[in-house]
Write a protein that binds this ligand. Sequence first.
Ligand SMILES: [Zn+2]
Length: 424
Amino acid sequence: MSAKEADLLLRGARLLTLAPSGEERPRVGAAAGDVGAIDDGWVAAREGQVVATGRGGTWERVRLVDGATTEDVGGRVVMPGFVDPHTHLCYAGQRWDEFEARRSGSDYLAILERGGGIHATVRATREASDARLLALMRARLDRAVAAGTTTIEIKSGYGLEPEEELRHLRIIAALRSEAIVDVAPTYLAAHALPGRANGDRRAFLRSAQAVLTRVAEEHLAEAVDAFVEKGVFETEEVAPLMHEAAALGLARAVHADQLNDVGGAGFAARVEARSADHVSRASADGLRALERGGTVAVLLPGSALFVGYPPPDGRRFVAHRVPVALGTDHNPGTSPLEGVPTAIALAVTMCGLTPHEAIVAATANAAHALGRGTRTGALVEGRRADVVVLETDDERELAYRLGARLVRTVYASGQRVAEHETVR
Ligand SMILES: [Zn+2]
């Protein structure tokens, strides 16, 4: 190795590089659980990028520049920062009244008829000022970063009306420009039908499609998303929206087969979506389509736990060589969970992933789900120095000690953005 200059060096680590064995691509098969571990490893970064990794004393060949940060982490796990590929962070209000009502036996449809459910969130978000929404999102983002997230997708979707959706996307853009971590904005164009649409789904979808040009021109979103589900939107209905998104150079994502198999996974592959999300009920045909398309399946066990529907069976996806990613789905209605480590623990306990598969799903594969597979998600030369130090020497604890706070230090692009006092 030629001498490298570094301004950040972490050594004495159980280093999870997540390095690909060949060309970078979503990890499937044996690679689905390959975390690229190096015991007594080290990682060096300069100006926000990883410049080298190695084993043992070879770090001594790295030349530290003036003012560099260096630490012997004493055998702790050092790994890529988490990538959360599916969140609905842009909302106001709370839903714990509804949560309590549902736990006491109230029917969700009855709650909806009383103006609760998603309509309560839509109303509260519409009433919130730009400054209020920005402050709410900033606090949620800070908590995600504290839990180790260094890349996060944020969807609009509680505006419903296209003009209100644009307002939300502009506030997400303001958050993105000030954020210390990487924010990937998504226009959730078809989430639910606003009351004003009087049940006319096609007219509503045309109005959503009509603002796509502005979304693309103002760079308000990288991707367009739609909720395809029985009684919500049908695949053929949202196909024109997806085709228009593609024509404008926007990526696609689909909330697919969450509660019912409506052919959502196959549809996601057909429109060349970068991810099909939820997929609890995806058929074998759907899985084969995802495998052929290289479409990432984003598993969201938090909503399965919170709502009480069957979680996706991760083993089916691994067996079908579908790349699996993992997210929090943070939202006020169906998945208020915070922090990717919790999602990792749920993916292992509920979806049957191994701890290492869940770690790949929350880093390298999640980066692919956001079109960032060569930028983050692994500690290899040239990637962003997005790094987490855990308060453990065995990464499997992430999946095992449910609720434990194992994230000690978080670096985003080489900058320390969170540091916790933890008890070992
Ligand atoms: Zn969602």
